[in-house]
Design a protein around this ligand. Structure first.
Ligand code: DAH
Length: 345
């Protein structure tokens, strides 16, 4: 290969590299000037042909012309391609597809606690219970006295109860609605009472506002076996399969006897000593319950010689924590947007 051919080859390679990188009509124009312009590389080379020995001129001239044509043609081709791509890009960015469905508005979703409460309510409604509500600002009579909680009882302690200047208080549990409902409807009675309650308490497992779901059944000849059957049915329904349960002796002023109900850990059934849910105990405490104290029936205007009943109180927040595997109760009440848009936590 002689010197001029080598030079043409080098220019060609350089040009091809630049051509591939050209990304618009401006860079193509710059290439045209650089190679074909008055002072362009090929133009200058053409002028220098005169300095070659005469026998080399025709070959060199032909090779140079071929390259000029190739550059010319490829610039043209590339210009068409680029213009096409530019058009397409503009169309794509500008495109209005009138057949597209509108962008969603971000559906709201029920908060996990509300979902859990609704599930629990559905289960008891299916067993013939009605839903009852009561005020969150309560008086001493309904929150304490009528529930057989005497004046010296620690539950009345300022530490636990939010008192208002009016002498009223924020209910510390949903049990006052038991009394209100007995006074309103009398016996027989089957109610569940969902709602917010308040206590002066805040840490990983306590929030100053939390939820309770209370139940009350009053009829003739109600037994502890009825209570167990009712609550075991509920547990099987909320956790999706029958679970073992156990009832431990406890104390509440408004029930006698009083019990605490534990259910078999739905996660490990007691088989995993390192279980995060039951802390290896195999049991989950889920509610307090008992046979309604005769004094409470009396306060509710119901004759304890004719009627008796059972009641229970549970924390749906805790049930939601268990169901969704949360470790800090407070996240439920900090207004996380994801809880309300169905995004999960
Ligand atoms: N009122 C109780 C509390 O706030 C919960 C409770 C326990 C309610 C036993 C009941 C019951 O009706 O029978 O801790």
């Amino acid at each position: 290969m002689n010197a001029i051919q080598a030079k043409l080859e080098a220019i060609r390679n350089q040009y091809m590299e630049a051509l591939v990188k050209a990304d618009g009509s401006e860079s193509l124009q710059a290439l045209r000037v650089r190679y074909l312009g008055k002072k362009g590389e090929l133009t200058q080379l053409l002028r220098s042909l005169g300095g070659l020995p005469p026998e080399e001129r025709p070959m060199a001239g032909q090779a140079l012309n071929e390259l000029r044509q190739e550059v010319e043609a490829s610039l043209e081709r590339q210009a068409v391609l680029l213009a096409h791509a530019e058009d397409e890009a503009m169309e794509a960015s500008d495109r209005l597809d009138v057949t597209l469905p509108p962008r969603g508005r971000g559906w709201g979703a029920f908060h996990p606690v509300v979902q859990t409460m609704n599930e629990i309510i559905d289960i008891f409604v299916g067993m013939g219970f009605s839903v009852a509500y009561g005020p969150e600002i309560e008086d001493d009579f309904h929150n304490f006295e009528a529930l057989n909680i005497p004046p010296h009882h620690p539950a009345r302690d300022m530490q636990d109860t939010f008192y208002l200047n009016s002498g009223k208080l924020l209910r510390t549990h949903t049990s006052p609605v038991e009394v209100r409902s007995m006074l309103k409807w009398g016996a027989p009675l089957r109610i569940i009472i969902p709602g917010k309650v308040y206590r002066r308490d805040s840490d990983q497992t306590h929030s100053p506002m939390f939820h309770q779901l209370e139940g009350l059944l009053i009829d003739e000849d109600v037994s502890l076996a009825d209570l167990k059957g009712c609550l075991n049915t509920f547990v099987g329904a909320i956790f999706g399969r029958p679970l073992d349960s156990r009832f431990r002796a406890s104390h509440f002023p408004f029930t006698e006897p009083s019990l605490e109900m534990d259910v078999e850990c739905f996660a490990c059934s007691g088989r995993n000593p390192a279980c995060r849910i039951c802390k290896g105990t195999g049991w989950l405490e889920i509610l307090g319950c008992g046979m309604t104290h005769p004094n409470v029936l009396r306060y509710g205007g119901i004759d304890p010689d004719r009627y008796n009943g059972f009641a229970w109180g549970m924390g749906p927040d805790r049930v939601a924590m268990l169901k969704y595997g949360l470790t800090d109760l407070r996240v439920l009440f900090e207004g996380h947007g994801s809880f309300l848009t169905g995004g999960g936590y």
